[in-house]
Design a protein around this ligand. Sequence first.
Ligand SMILES: [Zn+2]
Length: 158
Amino acid sequence: MVLTERELHEIFAHAEKAYPEEACGIVIGKPGDPNTNIVHRCANLANQYHQDDPIRYPRNAKTAYIMDPKSLLRIQSEADAKGFEFVVIYHSHPDHEAYFSETDRELALFDGEPVWPRLRYLIVSVKNGVVSYYKVFSWDSIEKQFTAEPSAVCELID
Ligand SMILES: [Zn+2]
């Protein structure tokens, strides 16, 4: 697993705080060294985009996420300065299962290939305001799709 308990709990706290809207963010770190990981929350601008252009952005923050481009740039330059990479992009599905949706696929791909091939996507299912479980998806270059990593599928007991 590419994340430690500490990052998972930070992500869960964010997902529960954002409920009933989707939370989103990025974990950066030195590849192969989870102890260096830093969790960055991103503002979800889906409501704003939806309000400004409901035809192009039919969904609001309850069923979609759009990471603030300014946060993305700031996180990217911090990662560059430290020699870190994007390790995980996470977001939550309020009152839905943790599956890789068609929209998630569109966001992750450019021209049928992943924007960041080594990046993993973590999706948290939040039900009634409480984190239920999460799944981690990575790019399968043979199947040409994102598949859940079996070892990272985890039911939360507490
Ligand atoms: Zn999603």
